[in-house]
Design a protein around this ligand. Structure first.
Ligand code: SAM
Ligand code: SF4
Length: 329
């Protein structure tokens, strides 16, 4: 991947070509849960507040990124809602020219407290990570989280009027036994469940049991339920969706490991400590914090990173030394 160098500053034309239009902004690497597949049990080493980009810096980055073709921003983490001021940050992004779509990925636990304010601040849609509808399995996967808290977050998302509301469920061993419950959820509520293949990016986390391919779960679902293909909700990205006739919501799959969708990737990622990444699977990062005060250089750094972005063979890079909670998923 191309790294920013001073020599590139004037040589790089607009390389985004409308293709990379989506930015995932991690606002913190801290979290109120410790999901086994995402964080070590002891958490990630806490970065000091000074190491984390301020909201003003994040907004300044988003402003310049918007000038490079970014129009959609997802706020993520860690758990974004544990960071003070997240609601105001949504408002800041909403006032950024060129950013037309702001979304949030959350474990839902703090949504009862913040959902209405987030909606008022301009957030339209949320993704809630909810890997299990069984209280014991949920607690095991999140190392002590309470399913009731996440479900209260789901309720709060609907009460606040977010649309669409998507649920992310990782395909981990044991999910086979929960398929009827997830289908039932889509029958009761206009919720878009997306089963996501586990990506073994972080060797420090150890084994997560059998890797469950999306195709296997789709087949199990089809064996038990009538499902028809569906175009899915707005912002469907790499997911493929299905629908049980009469259901309010949909079931989708994101097969990031067993199927190759790197060539259609439209994403940039910014870590909470200010490192720009163009690929989830690659360890390549560009430290952009020093450039935030110099927008022209920042713009050229973003364009250089995008022009060097790999749309192929990404999974072979795998030189990742960060937890997903640090990258933002
Ligand atoms: N705390 C928030 C949450 O859980 O939604 C936002 C951050 S979390 C890192 C973002 C997404 O990454 C979640 O949907 C989570 O399931 C997903 N994720 C974490 N580790 C993963 C892994 N190893 N493979 C695939 N997805 C992963
Ligand atoms: Fe926290 Fe989200 Fe990672 Fe779970 S998936 S540990 S909730 S950051």
């Amino acid at each position: 991947m191309a790294r920013y160098t001073g020599a590139l500053v004037n040589a790089i034309p607009d390389m985004t070509q409308g293709r990379v239009d989506y930015l995932r902004l991690s606002v913190t690497d801290r979290c109120n849960l410790r999901c086994t597949y995402c964080m070590p049990a002891e958490g990630v080493p806490a970065r000091s507040h000074d190491d984390i980009l301020s909201y003003e810096e994040l907004a300044a980055f988003a402003r310049v990124a918007a000038g490079c073709g970014i129009s959609k921003v997802r706020i993520t983490g860690g758990e974004p809602l544990v960071r003070h001021g997240c609601v105001d940050f949504v408002g800041m992004l909403g006032r950024t020219s060129g950013i037309h779509d702001i979304s949030l990925t959350t474990n839902g636990v703090l949504l009862p407290r913040y959902a209405a304010d987030l909606r008022r601040a301009g957030l339209r849609r949320v993704n809630i990570s909810l890997d299990s509808l069984d209280p014991e399995r949920f607690a095991r996967l999140s190392r002590g989280g309470r399913l009731a808290d996440a479900l209260a977050g789901l309720d709060a998302a609907f009460d606040a009027g977010f649309s669409p509301v998507k649920v992310n469920a990782l395909l981990l061993e044991g999910v086979e036994d929960e398929l009827d419950a997830f289908v039932a959820l889509t029958r009761e509520r206009e919720v878009h469940v997306r089963f996501i293949e586990f990506m073994p990016l972080d060797r420090r986390l150890g084994e997560q049991g059998r890797l469950v391919p999306a195709a296997e779960i789709l087949q199990l679902l089809k064996d038990r339920h009538e499902l028809v293909p569906h175009e899915g909700p707005y912002g469907h990205g790499p997911a493929q969706y299905w629908h049980a006739p009469g259901a309010l919501g949909t079931i989708g799959f994101i097969a990031g490991v067993s199927e190759h969708f790197c060539e259609s990737c439209n994403r940039l990622r910014l870590t909470a400590d200010g490192r720009l990444r163009t690929c989830l699977f690659s360890g390549d990062e560009v430290a952009i914090r020093p450039l935030i005060a110099r927008p022209d250089e920042l713009r050229d750094a973003i364009r250089a990173a995008v022009s060097g972005k790999s749309f192929d063979r990404c999974r072979e890079q795998r030189a990742n030394q960060r937890a997903m909670s640090e990258i933002g998923g």
